[in-house]
Write a protein that binds this ligand. Structure first.
Ligand code: NAI
Length: 655
């Protein structure tokens, strides 16, 4: 019932409003209607001296109801509701029990006072959804905390902790004990005089140099998302022309962006990520609680996986084949934590704590009491099989045993071994401590609980789990193979690696296909092709084969598709590579950059559709998550499936 969305209870002339719209108290149309009606009612009620606005649950207000964004906005609009609260003759006190995000932060900013529970937070994440704050956030926040800090919070979509809010002057106090009684007690101390509302606070214009610098900095960080720059302009409009004009500019931009392709793409990913983290099929299935995890192999992947696990608070046992390779593996882990300190992701003490959670051992003996073991040894069926044969002897039948294989069939790795319900493939992406994607591949006998543990692990590591069927290359590497084949086809039609890579960077990928192969090494795919040839597959000699046979394995050998100066990562066009490829090229009409990108993305989407049709992915949006979180596909384009569907619709003129 609508009236239950906000409950009112009065005592001593203080009205306590409690928002209850689970799960995150989103400001849906019904909530706005009720809030607008209550604001008018309280204003007219002479028995009320002050209003405390509180909320139920763990979140104050998570934001607007995003599901409403695909429809035209309906009155009462949030900016008007907030304006009415700010204009009230009686003080409104926002009591923040938890996160106040987006519209929730704007609502709190419109109140005259804010009291934070010590775990409460306030933030404006709209730009990460391709939007800008649309209910006064770009105007009130700078007037409350100052221009530069507000620009940082809004354009980076940052969230302030209670302590930061207090320091910034945004929290009038942080509750020492129970929030609501303290907020009510605070309300009783107020004598009727109202503080200056945010809308009336002066804000000086720091001048054109300030704005130019901010524009340049924000454009660099935005990677093609137009929202941060648009937010900056709304802030600037308010500084240059005053609060009312700023609000108008903000609302106009908000409505324009709300209808944009980028915002639709980011919304699509928001919902896709939410669904991936809470798969409907696993509802009610308890994951295995994890405290101790084993990682076998301290190479590229094992060291990254160990670092990710330790950073998430797990106790990690890293095992290698001998003391030297173990020392090298532990050094890799340590180097990861050092890099995290340099990037400000943790501090020295944090890095030391993480490292202290990692113990190195030679041999698998120390893994006997692990709840989870992830194998990341050489990509060799016999080696992996031996590892699993030993593991099932060592570990209890409930320990979850996972392989990180890229291309081997995980069924063959564990074939015939006991307690098959606990085997699973957990496919991380390189660098494993950074990339957010985790492909989770259940085998025929994998128990739902094992699968649920994989999903819970991903969430704990801050990663996005995508369930994939057990087909060669799972989802990501199968699309990658198709993408590379298409890139090679373009190459053989006369486009250069530089042209192709540049086209993909212009589209928004961090890297093009050829520089990416040079980084990862050309030898892995080469060996896979050679293995297929040995099994009798008829694979014609391609340009990649020619490069590898000439010793060009990528960056690590000084060159692959490109040349690299010693110690440099900068790809230089390579006359040697061009000469090796030349005999295979049949030059035709040269495709433009846009045509190159269109062809490559279309190939990805086509392969993605095939994977869905074969039942190896659960939905097209899972394909999008794989590409965005595993392969650097630009978020604001939503992923290849979303992008391709949008393109088809706009070509056919559909809605
Ligand atoms: P790597 O060659 O860097 O590391 C493998 C490590 O395993 C080596 O340090 C080796 O000493 C160790 N090792 C071998 N046999 C062992 C045993 N019996 N016990 C303990 N340690 C042993 O290889 P990388 O790149 O880390 O790959 C590992 C696995 O991860 C492979 O299955 C690969 O396909 C997969 N993978 C690789 C990705 C990549 O981008 N490199 C991405 C995703 C998966």
């Amino acid at each position: 019932m609508t009236n239950d969305l906000i409950r009112r209870s009065d005592s001593d002339g203080i009205a306590l409003l409690t928002l209850a719209n689970p799960p995150v108290n989103a400001l849906s149309l019904a909530v706005r209607q009720r809030l607008a009606a209550l604001t008018a009612e309280l204003e007219a009620d002479e028995s009320v001296r002050a209003v405390v606005l509180a909320a139920e649950g763990r979140v104050f207000v998570g934001g607007a109801d995003i599901a409403e964004f695909d429809r035209p906005p309906e009155a009462p609009h949030l900016p008007d509701v907030i304006a009415a609260i700010e204009a009230s003759r009686k003080p409104w006190i926002a009591a923040l029990n938890g996160a106040a995000l987006g519209g929730g932060a704007e609502l709190a900013l419109g109140c005259h006072y804010r009291i934070f529970a010590d775990t409460a937070r306030l933030g404006l994440p709209e730009t990460s959804l391709g939007l800008i704050p649309g209910a006064g956030g770009t105007q009130r926040l700078p007037r409350r905390i100052g221009l530069a800090p507000a620009i940082e919070v809004i354009t980076a979509g940052r969230t302030l902790s209670a302590a930061e809010a207090r320091e910034a002057g945004l929290a009038d106090r942080i509750a020492a004990g129970e929030l609501i009684p303290e907020a009510l007690a605070f309300a009783r101390t107020l004598d009727g005089a109202l503080p200056l509302p945010a809308s009336a606070a002066p804000l000086a214009d720091p001048g054109p140099a300030f704005w130019d610098e901010a524009r340049a900095r924000i454009a660099r960080a935005a990677r093609g998302n137009p929202a941060p720059a648009a937010a900056l302009e709304a802030i600037r409009a308010g500084v240059a022309e005053g609060f009312a004009a700023g609000l108008r500019a903000e609302r106009e931009t908000f409505l324009r962006l709300r209808a944009s392709d980028e915002a639709a793409a980011l919304r699509h990913l928001f919902f896709a990520e939410r669904a991936a983290l809470r798969p409907a099929a696993l509802r009610g299935i308890e994951p295995v609680p994890l405290t101790r995890a084993g990682v076998i192999g301290g190479g590229t992947m094992g060291s990254g996986i160990a670092a990710a696990l330790a950073a998430a608070g797990l106790e990690v046992r890293l095992t290698e084949t001998g003391p030297e390779s173990l020392a090298a593996g532990l050094e890799r882990v340590e180097a990861i934590f050092e890099a995290q300190v340099k990037r400000g992701l943790t501090d020295r003490a944090g890095a030391a704590e993480r490292m202290a959670r990692v113990t190195g051992t030679v041999g698998l003996g120390a893994l006997a009491d692990c709840d989870l073991v992830i194998e990341a040894v050489f990509e060799d069926l016999a080696v992996k099989r031996r590892v699993f044969e030993e593991l099932v002897r060592l570990c209890g039948p409930e320990a979850i045993l996972a392989t990180n294989t890229s291309y081997l069939d995980p069924e063959r790795i564990v074939e015939g071994l006991p307690h098959p319900h606990r085997f699973i493939a957990l496919h991380f992406f390189s660098p494993a401590q950074v990339m957010k994607l985790l492909e989770i591949v259940p085998l025929a006998a994998t128990a739902p609980r094992t699968l649920a543990t994989g999903v819970a692990l991903a969430a704990r590591l801050g990663k996005i789990p995508v369930q994939a069927g057990n087909g060669e290359g799972f989802i990501g590497n199968r699309i990658l193979k198709r993408y590379r084949a298409e890139a090679e086809a373009l190459l053989l039609a006369g486009a250069t690696p530089t042209e192709i890579d540049e086209a993909m960077r212009a589209f928004g990928l961090g890297m093009g296909p050829f520089e990416m192969q040079d980084m990862a090494g050309l030898d892995i795919a080469f060996r896979a092709r050679e293995a297929a040839r040995a099994l009798g597959q008829d694979l014609p000699e391609g340009p990649g084969d020619r490069l590898v046979r000439a010793g060009r394995l990528g960056r690590k050998s000084g060159g692959g598709w490109y040349d690299y100066a010693p110690g440099s990562r900068l790809p230089q066009p390579s006359p040697e590579a061009a000469a090796l490829i030349a005999p295979l090229v049949t030059p035709g009409p040269r495709p433009s950059g846009t045509e190159i990108a269109d062809r490559l993305i279309a190939a990805m989407a086509e392969e993605g559709q095939r994977i869905c049709d074969e039942g190896l992915a659960q939905s097209p949006s899972d394909i999008d998550l794989v590409e965005v979180h595993g392969y650097g596909f630009p978020r604001h384009k939503g992923g290849p499936m979303f992008h391709a569907a949008r393109k088809t619709r706009s070509r056919t003129g559909g809605a």
